[in-house]
Design a protein. Structure first.
Length: 264
């Protein structure tokens, strides 16, 4: 099942990585080439702040290996608004703005909501109805990064499942963790890397994360995770595991450590 598990980081340009991830003197123009050779996925964050040209997406796709995948964070103009039901044009502009150029390397789209955005079932369903299921013949998968505790309820889970959208499981002290499965894939963002550890995490933590990844991929649900409802098994799933924030300088080392554990 390990071939169904993708592990990576957020972005590929970060100044401290020049000293502890990229080889000495490695040119910035080839950072994606190097990062994608060591990892199996990257979450593109720049798309959250501004649009990218279709040619840029095509260049990224051409740089990464054949088996690599990019998840893409959706535009903040679609999610950071008082009335989500009014996001139709922003959603359309983002989805039609070049994502199709990633082709088979296009992974999930991540819709990140503000920590202050409360769950409004009517408005949130109106937003989910705006999310297209495909673009240029490519199936689209959506991950919902909800960050307010009001989403920790069965009503939200039922709504996400109705629209086959995954809920991002965020391992952080800042946002409520929701490990319930709501889509046909799993998306995790791990934010607890430590600067004092060579790989950002203790070996036992990487082993535990690998065990979780394998369980998810097999269709099971790991024990001991924060859930709203009882765990349920299903068929095999794709799994995306990203090291984000925390001691960000250690994110690549943690990702490579997890990839090693998954291969053990």
């Amino acid at each position: 099942m390990t071939h169904r598990i993708r592990v990576g980081i957020g972005g590929w340009s970060f100044e401290p990585w020049k000293n502890n991830f990229y080889p000495q003197g490695w040119p910035a123009t080839r950072e994606l080439e190097y990062a994608s050779s060591k990892l199996t996925a990257i979450e593109i964050n720049s798309t959250y702040y501004s649009s990218q040209k279709p040619s840029t997406f095509a260049k990224w796709a051409g740089t990464a290996p054949e088996s690599f995948m990019f998840s893409v964070k959706a535009s903040r103009f679609a999610t950071n608004r008082r009335v989500l039901a009014e996001a139709g044009e922003s959603v359309r502009m983002f989805v039609e703005g070049g994502l199709a150029e990633l082709g088979a390397k296009l992974g999930p789209i991540v819709w990140q909501f503000a920590p202050t955005k409360r769950f409004d079932p009517v408005d949130f369903e109106a937003f989910l109805k705006l999310l297209p299921t495909s673009i240029a013949g490519l199936p689209l998968r959506h991950a919902l990064d909800v960050r307010h505790e009001s989403f920790c309820c069965p009503e939200y889970l039922a709504l996400a499942r109705r629209y086959k959208a995954a809920t991002v499981f965020t391992d952080s002290d800042d946002y409520p963790p929701i490990a319930d499965i709501t889509g046909d894939f799993v998306y995790t963002r791990m934010m607890r890397t430590r600067a004092d550890l060579p790989e950002g995490c203790e070996p036992k933590v990487l082993a535990q994360l690998a065990a979780c990844g394998k369980a998810w991929a097999a269709g099971d649900e790991p024990e001991g995770l924060p859930r709203i409802e009882p765990a349920q098994s299903s068929g095999p799933r794709d799994v995306f595991m990203f090291f984000i924030s925390g001691a960000k300088e250690k994110a690549p080392a943690a990702a490579m450590g997890l990839i090693r554990e998954l291969s053990a």
